[in-house]
Design a protein around this ligand. Structure first.
Ligand code: SF4
Ligand code: SF4
Length: 375
């Protein structure tokens, strides 16, 4: 009997081409990141986090960390089209938000970690794991506050789990772009249309300079002017020092934003139960939401009904107009007057829309139709 001569195919491991030359190693890692699907990639050495608050210090996670790699993933401009037109909202939440954050980006980050670990160095993959972080999101400064009765340090000197690596600050410290006045991260390619993924590793990689390209944010205030909630302060700023650089952004009312971006307004009177947007008795749909009730989430986060009307779309429109972004388009994004829902008036549907109480089949056929949700 003939023996099967097929050889087992295995990943190459243990190559030491990262050992001696941080410049070549950085180039190889960046090339690989782009090949794996990142849209841009930058590297910062760990010294840039020297003064990081303990709860945001990469060394609390990986004491031997030498380099931080940050990758930017573009949000398709087309994912905002349906929100801009007021007709298709879930795409931004799914494909522009959750799909990138929870699916596409982790795959790239994990695959790049494999590339590094195959070469004998450890790599911590990080995306958006903020649900377990011990600091809350209502920043008074970029340090955040501990959540009450959430976690405790395992021993003195260690941070309370989970440490949160601030993704936008990582993006800045790895040279990928600027933190805009709106507190959004802006890249020279896509402006605010991006999500960030991070890797911490013990391999020494040559760092990129802090971004010093064409100025992206010029404090035009379009983000603040167009935020439906006024969550972006026009005069109160947060000023921080990041690796010796003075950086500032607006004070953001994150609590207000977190309600508004889901599409509702909190009013100071009791809303009749059938008109409430969420269970909260003071919630009603805002003029920036066409939905009677908050839509279901998609990919765990998809509730971005506001579609980042102010902070993302307004900013993107401004940056594109100024011609400072590398990703350019044949036609401008804003082609029609931005819409507003007038909840005081009766809705007007297109003539061919079948209303819920209108039969679309004969009574006999309908009896046999399943009534389950088709999605
Ligand atoms: S809209 Fe203007 S002020 Fe706001 S982040 Fe963009 S460029 Fe800066
Ligand atoms: S997401 Fe919406 S509510 Fe929040 S700051 Fe941006 S524009 Fe304002």
């Amino acid at each position: 009997m003939q023996k099967n001569k097929t050889k087992k195919i295995q990943r190459e491991m243990g190559q030491s081409d990262m050992d001696h030359d941080p410049k070549m190693a950085a180039e190889a890692v960046k090339k690989q990141a782009l090949a794996l699907g990142a849209d841009s990639v930058g590297i910062g050495n760990i010294d840039r986090w020297e003064n990081a608050p303990t709860q945001m210090d990469p060394k609390q996670i990986m004491p031997e960390c030498k380099s931080v790699i940050t990758m930017a993933f573009r949000v398709m401009r087309g994912s905002m089209r349906g929100v801009e037109e007021g007709t298709y909202f879930s795409n931004y939440s799914a494909m522009g938000y959750g799909g990138i954050t929870y699916l596409y980006m982790p795959m790239t980050v994990i695959n790049l970690c494999k590339y590094i670990e195959d070469r004998g160095y450890e790599a911590v993959p990080m995306g958006h794991q903020s649900d377990w972080r011990s600091v809350d999101g209502w920043y008074t400064k970029y340090g955040g506050r501990l959540k009450e009765k959430f976690s405790r340090p395992v021993e003195p000197g260690r941070a309370a789990p989970d440490v949160m690596i601030h993704l936008r600050i990582a993006g800045y410290l790895c040279g990928l772009g600027e933190i805009g006045y709106s507190y959004m991260f802006l890249t020279p390619e896509f402006g605010p249309r991006n999500r960030l993924g991070v890797i911490m590793t013990d391999v020494e990689l040559e760092p990129d300079p802090i971004y010093d390209g064409p100025q992206l944010c010029n404090q035009c205030m379009a983000c603040a002017n167009e935020c439906p909630a006024g969550a972006i302060s026009k005069n109160e700023k947060i000023q921080v020092n990041l690796a010796g650089n003075a950086v500032e952004w607006a004070r953001i009312d994150c609590k207000l934003c977190s309600k508004t971006f889901r599409g509702y307004e909190e009013v100071d009177y009791e809303v009749p139960e059938e008109e409430r947007y969420i269970a909260n008795k003071n919630s009603k749909p805002g003029w920036w939401s066409p939905f009677y009730k908050k839509p279901k989430t998609v990919y765990n986060t998809g509730q971005a009904v506001c579609g980042a009307r102010g902070c993302t779309r307004a900013c993107m429109v401004q940056l594109e107009k100024r011609g400072v972004l590398r990703n350019q388009f044949k036609d401008e994004f804003r082609r029609r007057k931005p819409w507003k829902v007038d909840w005081e008036t009766e809705p007007q549907y297109p003539n061919d829309v079948k209303m819920p109480d209108e039969p679309i089949m004969s009574d006999e056929t309908m009896k046999n139709e399943p009534v389950d949700d088709i999605d």
